[in-house]
Design a protein around this ligand. Sequence first.
Ligand code: AMP
Ligand code: MG
Length: 412
Amino acid sequence: MKPGTPADTKMLSFEQALAEVETRLTSAGVPPATESVSLGEAGGRVLAEDIKADRDYPPFNRSTRDGFAVRSQDVTHADTLLTLDGEVRAGEYFQTEIGPGHCAAIMTGAPLPSGTDAVVMVEHTSPQSDKIRIERPIASFENVVHKGSEAREGQRVLPKGRRLRAGEAALLASVGKEKVAVYVRPRVAILPTGDEVVPIGSKPEWYQVRNSNSAMLAAVVDSAGAAPWEIGIGPDRKEALRDLIVKAMEADMLLLSGGVSMGKYDFVEDVLEELGAEFYFRGVAIRPGKPLVFGRVQGKFFFGLPGNPVSSFVTCTLFARAAISVLMGCGFERPLFLRARLEKSVHHKAGLTTFMPARIDTRNTEPVVSLVGWQGSGDLVGVAEANGFLVVHAEQPSPAAGDWVDVMPMAS
Ligand code: AMP
Ligand code: MG
């Protein structure tokens, strides 16, 4: 932190910082606009309407097996003989009622004929002259999904605010929603800064680096469901930086990278301050990513991410992604930590919650995690090999090989 920063300067723990982002975003209460999209375009979007069942689900008593539809009260003991009245296939229905002592052949997915209340699997039957032998007793509703047991007509099956994935898509299709109301994707401005940073299409001088942060941040924003808006590269000069930040403020949220450390030319915070920004924190006790800045300027939330590519990646994944989920209309989606067994001991210096690029795999049915790359400053080769992060909490002792540890899978 720079000398002379105002009193709102705070260094928060990882959990405190996450809670701060959650509180600020959820209490801002800006309801996103809605639009109607076709089901095929709705993946990853957030539902802006409650969805109700248009009829009972299933709409009839449905067989879950190929076999024989019977009256269960006829089949209370093994080796009952029943008279076969006919057959009902999926996509058809049986025209007449099945009386006592009778049955009908039935296929998976077909509606039970009236009079019947159970299905005997074909494996538990055998033909005997013109009858069917049922080899074991059966209970009412065995191998049958009861009409309305999944949902009743008019019942809410999906709530507003739900993020749409494969399961939701199937449910929407089954209730006949070809188009659904979803929240408009928030636009997230991505503004990298640094005089040494050049566009990816140019050949850098030996003292320059290509802008890798915009591509990475855009991918994270996109995977969070929002629309990335890449703005050119901001220089380490106040005036020019100010113009770009003002442009970026047209978006719903701002992701700035670089220029938030203690360097003489780290002007991002100064410019934001001049634009009237309120800072909620300036620094989080995490590694990498300690200089992370979070605040609001002229109504727009911003994150000042450290320029170091791995720091930028970690802080965006931990904090900006969760903030975006609120703007998406689905509430605060915390980063998900799971557990895996550590393959090799890791040294951890207490004090900072640490996120190390790692490979999470399944070995002999068990989730395992191992570090990748050289774990040094900005190691993008390591990051590209990783599919997640090993998480070591601030006060946790160095984890040893074989320990169960927290891991955070990367969003795809
Ligand atoms: P800074 O946070 O501005 O001090 O930058 C920290 C490190 O990250 C420096 O080595 C920068 O060259 C590098 N860096 C900053 N911005 C980018 C970017 N957009 N793409 C790749 N590297 C960057
Ligand atoms: Mg810089």
